[in-house]
Every structure is written in structure tokens, then in C-alpha cells.
Write a protein that binds this ligand. Structure first.
Ligand code: PEP
Ligand code: MN
Length: 345
């Protein structure tokens, strides 16, 4: 059983719930998130029923755990959620009414390369900047990212171009420093089931972009999101980035049906990464069009001013003609499915 406290619940109200639970022999695990506190109960469900937990002061909701995930489930939260990325007067929505275009370099390499990529992103209509500082590479000999220096570059370029930023974090120990520099924390495909990392970003006070593990089922992915939600952070955006199949002509196979399947089951927003799914720039525009048509809440795309010299994923980075085509698709197609472009507000 899970108790969701109201956003303004006091410590006394939380303690009172814990006391009531322990008075009938149960155990209560309190997770204090930035916005709300969640209390997980272990024990005899019947005895909890007698407590009328729903009526206690400060309690917003009580969920029975029979499904493998709860807080991210649409059953308990029928309205689809909007997650806001950014701060102050630069906040960009990701949700059901808008289509959010995120772009930037796969990896932050230099200040100039990042700034140029960000300007390309802005001119194509992107409103959030991506860029990796910690790169979880399949080969231990490949470029691993600039680390903290990369975070500083990304944050600075974000400020100069007026874009909120998203970057990947791969180690729970780096979560505080990453959260200090960027507006949204990304969990990559290779870490989707790294539960210590999921719990750490659940407590970081920033929205999270949770990529699907390349071998994960949708249910496993939603349970990973539940780990983050359980720590009090419901600002989670899912990202379909392709799964491993027998087909070698693309790096991974974009599971486009994951978008409506997730939307039927979960209230969380879901975007698509056609760049990492395909690994080929010629497929990024058609797959982005497919993402818009299928009802995705946004796309995240790699751009690079000189893909041939990119230290990471050059073959999938857009510029020139392809980027113009993508800009056109993102400008024209979302309105056909009842969405407007997501700009800062
Ligand atoms: C990325 O977005 O930079 C990345 C490494 O993606 P993925 O985790 O989907 O491979
Ligand atoms: Mn990449």
C-alpha cells in the first residue's frame, strides 16, 4: 500500500500516519520528495483498512499495491500529466497539449561546438537543449565525456541561448552536481534499471527524462519510473529510444507502438529519440514524423555543427537540409494532431 501525502503536509501529519500504521503492527517507509511525501506500507492490508487512512489529516491518496506500478499508472491518475522543464520565466512544458522539440549535441565537446549546436537547435525551433557531459559508452575506449567541465559548458550555453538543459547522469554520486547545473536529469538506456541511480534522481528536485532500457519491456520501464516516483518525484518524462531486435539495418528498432501503449497505461509524458533509435541521420526525419503522428509529446534529436568530427554518434547528427526538414515537420505536423509547439512560458 502507498500513501501519497498532500503537497503541504506537515511533519506532524506524516508522523501521525506512521504512528497509526505501526500501532497495528505495520511498517511505514517515508520518502520525502521535493514536492510531496510518499509513505510505503508493509504489513497486513486488512488491518490498514480499519485505520481509514484516507481520512487522516494531510493524506491526499491511498493506493493498494496489486499492480506492479501505481504512482505512474493512469488508473490512479486519469489525466495525462505535463512536466515543466526550466526555471523562472523559461519553463517549457512536456505534455498532452504540446509538442516539445529537444535538440543538441550527443556530447558536449567544446564551448564553441556546444554553442554552435545550440544555435542550430534554436534556429530549427527547439526549446530545450540536450548535451552529454557523462557519456556511458559501449566501449571503454570511446570518449567518455567532459564530466563537470561539460556541465558548466552546457549550463553556460543554455543561459546564452535561453534554453533549459537536459543531460545524462550515470552515477548516483554525481546527481547533486548535475542537478546544480542543468534543468532536467537524463537516465540513459544502459541505466534504466539502476535502482540506486533512480532513487537518487527521485530525490534530486529536478525533472527526469527516463529512457527505455534497450532490452526492457514497457512494464519494466514503468516500474523503473515508479522507483523515481516513489521518492516523491512525479516529474518524469519517458523516452522511447529503440529496442534491440534481430534487425541490423538500424542500430536499434524504434518501438513506435510504445507511445500509445504507454499513454494508455501511464499518465507520464512520453517523447521519442529517433537519433539513438536509428543511429542513422537519414531516418531521423521520417521517424520524427512518425513520432508526431503517433501522438508523442516530443522528440529529442542529435545535432552537430560538424558531424564528421563528432566525438560521439556523428553518423546520426543532423545539420543542413535534414535539420531544415525536421524543423518544417515540427512546425507543421503537430497542429494536425491537435498540439501546439511547446515554447517557454
Ligand atoms: C544519449 O541520449 O546521449 C544516449 C546515450 O542515449 P541512450 O541512453 O538512449 O543510448
Ligand atoms: Mn549518443
Amino acid at each position: 500500500m502507498v500513501i501519497v501525502m498532500s503537497p503541504g503536509a506537515t511533519d506532524e501529519e506524516i508522523d501521525h500516519v506512521v504512528e497509526r500504521v505501526t500501532s497495528v503492527g505495520g511498517e511505514a517507509f517515508v520518502s520525502k520528495g521535493v514536492v510531496r511525501t510518499i509513505i510505503g506500507l508493509v504489513g497486513d492490508i486488512e488491518s490498514f483498512h480499519h485505520l481509514n487512512l484516507r481520512t487522516l489529516p494531510g493524506v491526499a491518496d491511498v493506493h493498494r499495491i496489486s499492480d506492479p506500478y501505481k504512482l505512474v499508472s493512469r488508473q490512479h491518475h486519469p489525466e495525462r500529466s505535463t512536466v515543466w522543464v526550466g526555471s523562472g520565466d523559461v519553463k517549457v512544458p512536456i505534455g498532452p497539449d504540446t509538442f516539445t522539440f529537444i535538440a543538441g549535441p550527443c556530447a558536449v565537446e567544446t564551448p564553441d561546438q556546444t554553442l554552435e549546436a545550440a544555435r542550430m537547435a534554436v534556429s530549427a525551433g527547439a526549446t530545450v537543449l540536450r548535451g552529454g557531459a557523462y557519456k556511458p559508452r559501449t566501449s571503454p575506449y570511446a570518449f567518455q565525456g567532459l564530466g563537470e567541465e561539460g556541465l558548466r559548458i552546457l549550463a553556460d550555453v543554455g543561459r546564452r541561448t535561453g534554453l533549459p538543459t537536459v543531460t545524462e547522469v550515470v552515477d548516483p554520486r554525481d546527481v547533486p552536481v548535475v542537478a546544480e547545473h542543468v534543468d532536467m536529469l537524463q537516465i540513459g538506456t544502459r541505466n534504466m534499471a539502476n535502482f540506486a541511480l533512480l532513487q537518487a534522481v527521485g530525490e534530486a528536485g529536478k525533472p527526469v527524462l527516463l529512457k527505455r532500457g534497450m532490452t526492457a519491456t514497457i512494464e519494466e520501464w514503468l516500474m523503473a519510473a515508479e522507483y523515481i516516483a516513489q521518492r516523491g518525484n512525479l516529474d518524469v518524462v519517458l523516452c522511447e529510444r529503440g529496442i534491440r531486435t534481430f534487425e541490423p539495418s538500424t542500430r536499434n528498432t524504434l518501438d513506435i507502438s510504445a507511445v500509445p501503449v504507454v499513454q494508455a497505461t501511464s499518465h507520464l509524458p512520453i517523447i521519442v529519440d529517433p537519433s539513438h533509435a536509428a543511429g542513422r541521420k537519414d531516418l531521423v526525419v521520417p521517424l520524427s514524423r512518425a513520432a508526431i503522428a503517433v501522438g508523442a509529446d516530443g522528440v529529442i534529436v542529435d545535432v552537430h555543427p560538424q558531424p564528421e568530427t563528432a566525438l560521439c554518434d556523428g553518423p546520426q547528427a543532423l545539420l543542413g537540409q535534414e535539420l531544415r526538414q525536421l524543423a518544417q515537420a515540427v512546425r507543421q505536423l503537430p497542429s494536425l494532431v491537435g498540439r501546439e509547439a511547446a515554447t517557454a512560458r
